[in-house]
Write a protein that binds this ligand. Structure first.
Ligand code: AMP
Ligand code: GLY
Length: 429
């Protein structure tokens, strides 16, 4: 099988690395790829992956049997529709089904219509109506009769409907900040005002061939830039797999209350697709509630997850693409996996590019350094993005995985490189 992977992040490097170990994968291509994917695959750096006809042309040129779409933007751009029209298998939904991620309004309507557990929400397209609603909710929270929701603690979540690269959600503690964030969204998009949920978050990945599906072990990512989950949101500064707080009975609850009803609802509404459904969950005291759907693997969760898959990942991808997931045997290690992102100085605000990477660590067994948007300029490895690498280690214990991952992360040297030193600790210490 020849596979073309679309993307240039550490998630795509991890996918390519995993596929490169499969005897059933004969050739690998990455578009545009990065300096890490180039180790195992042929990069196609000039392909614009947001341009469906360029992707079809690239897939034809490399005679790809399957195109694996790594990130959400090409899905929204209709790359899978074009591949399907050209008779080329794709892992990922068409544009209509990709709305489960690319439109939070579409996705919330799907959840509500199918009575899936999720935060209460209201949709707005008009500023005046939004202003009236938000002002009223904050005022009500301030009145003494709402003693359970003292003013300092009351929050609302404001969400841009369309894709926003992690910048479309605000947990607002005051009407003023909710209104100014909402106003900027409403200039070009719809928004949701959502009930603020508390608990711990997990990411669940369901692989589906469009009819049958399998669930991968629970993962969690660490979205905040600062230690102890403080500071601004990022794309994710690290991840673990599995999640120690998710005990077998709790996992059963996730499967029966969220995953199974969601997959049935997708079938009912004719929204199921060949690819990955990523369910972002808040584990609340009232049970698991859906925060969002994505229609691709998570970054950095995938970097932590894939090293634990013991069965042939290429065969799994082939089974997905050929619609024969039912009965496909696959196995996951019971080891612990932990990934730490190495970021550029300034990230998640503005950051410099083209920082020369002076050194990469030599790696102990079961340890990896996945590249994100790196490239080579005159033979010098340089960074290009905000999140530059993910160091991942698997081991029988969390402590060993953590020590190895941190050692590897510290060994990635470029000017101003930084990491969060507490990835996973809240779960296992
Ligand atoms: P989303 O893109 O919808 O997953 O939101 C991004 C992040 O915002 C989530 O991972 C949560 O940390 C936070 N978030 C989203 N919705 C809520 C909610 N209803 N209550 C609390 N936090 C939320
Ligand atoms: N780590 C969250 C995401 O990939 O959206």
């Amino acid at each position: 099988m020849i596979v073309l992977v679309l993307g240039n992040g550490a998630r795509e490097h991890a996918l390519i690395w995993k596929l490169s170990q499969s005897p059933s994968v004969t050739e690998l291509f990455a578009a545009p790829g990065n300096a890490g994917t180039a180790i195992h695959a042929t990069n196609l750096p000039l392909v614009d992956i947001l341009n469906p006809s360029q992707v079809v042309q690239a897939a034809r040129q490399c005679r790809a049997d399957v195109v694996f779409v790594g990130s959400e933007a090409p899905l929204e751009a209709g790359v899978v529709d074009a591949l399907q029209a050209a008779g080329i298998s794709a892992i990922g939904p068409d544009q209509h089904r990709a709305q489960l991620e690319s439109s939070k309004v579409f996705s919330k309507e799907f959840m509500v219509r199918n009575r899936l557990p999720t935060a209460e929400a209201r949709e707005f397209t008009d500023y005046q109506a939004f202003e009236g609603y938000v002002t009223q909710l904050f005022e009500r929270a301030r009145t003494p009769s709402q003693a359970h929701a003292p003013s300092g603690e009351f929050k609302l979540v404001i969400k841009k409907s369309g894709l926003a690269q992690g910048k479309g959600v605000l947990e607002a503690s005051s009407a003023d900040e909710a209104l100014s964030f909402g106003k900027s969204i409403l200039a070009s998009d719809a928004l949701l005002v959502e009930e603020y949920l508390t608990g711990f978050e997990i990411s669940v990945f369901v692989l589906s061939d469009g009819k049958d599906w399998v669930v991968l072990p629970p993962t969690a990512d660490f979205k905040k830039a600062g230690e102890g989950d403080t500071g601004p949101n990022t794309g994710g500064m690290g991840a673990i797999c599995p999640v120690p707080l998710v005990t077998p009975p709790l996992w059963q609850k996730v499967l029966s209350e969220v995953v199974e009803p969601t997959m049935s609802a997708l079938t009912r509404d004719n929204l199921n697709f060949c690819g990955i459904l990523f369910i972002g969950l808040m584990m609340t005291a009232q049970g698991p509630k859906i925060l969002e759907f994505n229609t691709r693997f998570g970054d950095p969760e995938t970097q932590a997850l894939l090293p634990l898959i013991e069965s042939d990942f290429g065969e799994l991808v082939q089974a997905l693409a050929q619609g024969r997931l039912a009965g496909h045997a696959w196995k996951v290690s019971d080891h612990k996996s932990l990934g730490i992102v190495i970021a550029a100085p300034g990230y998640p605000a503005s950051y410099p590019k083209n920082l020369p990477v002076a050194a990469l660590p030599s790696l102990p067994p079961a340890t990896h350094v996945f590249h994100a948007t790196t490239t080579r300029l005159n033979d010098q490895l340089v960074t290009q993005g905000g999140r530059c690498f993910t160091a991942v280690a698997t081991a029988p214990t969390w402590e060993a995985a953590y020590d190895k991952a941190r050692g590897a992360a510290r060994g990635v040297q470029f000017p101003g490189a930084w990491i969060r030193t507490d990835i996973g600790e809240k779960f296992f210490i």
